[in-house]
Design a protein around this ligand. Structure first.
Ligand code: SAM
Length: 215
């Protein structure tokens, strides 16, 4: 599958320049720091950030371990231009492409870790599946997956808060995440030891961190 259409970073109605200020309202520092801790980058690792957007996560990973090779992939030239501007020191290798085309973009079995943040909730279920399969394909044996995204919205308060995301990104693609589909899709893609490692409540709904590995 490689449908070229995608929902842009700030959703269907807002301009991309608003993305960074808006995501900052989601306790971004906390969930990104947790995600980086679960990735625990090491020297020499190849780390692929799928749907890297304006580059905040990829740049954090490169900052924590400058001897890792971080590759940020996104189909949107506008966010990639913003990511490149934030990356004054060329710490990250930025590539244009869809998340289901990682084998062609970075190579099969080439990565130690595949990461993604706030991407899957914006994708149709078939594309969620295709991206996870693509992440699995680029990992070497023993490679690890770490995903931060809106997951099961457990409480009425979180379900109400998540409606803001559903207005921006549409209900069809986002509701399966809110219903808790991600662990099942991650396991279906072939990952072992799939777990929801953390849940962070935010003003836009709860963001879960999922981990797994390729045996
Ligand atoms: C909400 S933004 C998240 C950006 C970044 N990962 C972050 O944590 O700030 C979602 C990003 O996913 C990208 N995206 C949407 N559909 C995609 C797909 N099928 N494959 C790869 N990236 C996709 C969008 O271009 C956008 O940059």
């Amino acid at each position: 599958m490689s449908d070229r259409t995608f929902t842009p970073a700030a959703g269907r109605f807002a301009p991309t320049r608003l993305y960074d200020p808006v995501v900052a309202l989601t306790r971004e520092r906390l969930w990104r720091a947790l995600l980086v801790a679960y990735v625990a980058p090491r020297a020499g690792d190849v780390i692929v950030d799928v749907g890297c957007g304006t580059g905040s996560l990829a740049l954090m990973l490169a900052r924590v371990e400058s001897r890792a090779r971080v590759i940020g992939v996104d189909p949107d030239p506008d966010v990639l231009a913003r990511a490149r501007r934030k990356d004054g020191g060329a710490a990250v290798d930025w590539r244009a492409g869809m998340g289901d085309a990682l084998p062609e973009i970075v190579g099969v079995g080439s990565a130690a870790t595949a990461v993604s943040s706030l991407v899957l909730h914006q994708c149709p279920v078939a594309m969620k599946r295709a991206i996870l399969a693509s992440m699995y394909a680029v990992l070497r044996d023993g490679g690890r997956l770490a995903v931060a995204d809106y997951g099961l919205q457990r409480t009425r308060r979180m379900r109400l808060a998540f409606r803001t995301v559903q207005v921006a990104d549409g209900k069809e693609d986002t509701q399966p995440n809110a219903d808790g589909i991600l662990p099942e899709l991650i396991a279906e893609a072939g990952f072992d030891d799939v777990r929801e490692a953390d849940v962070v409540s935010t003003v836009t709904g709860s963001i879960s961190i999922y981990t797994g590995h390729r045996a």
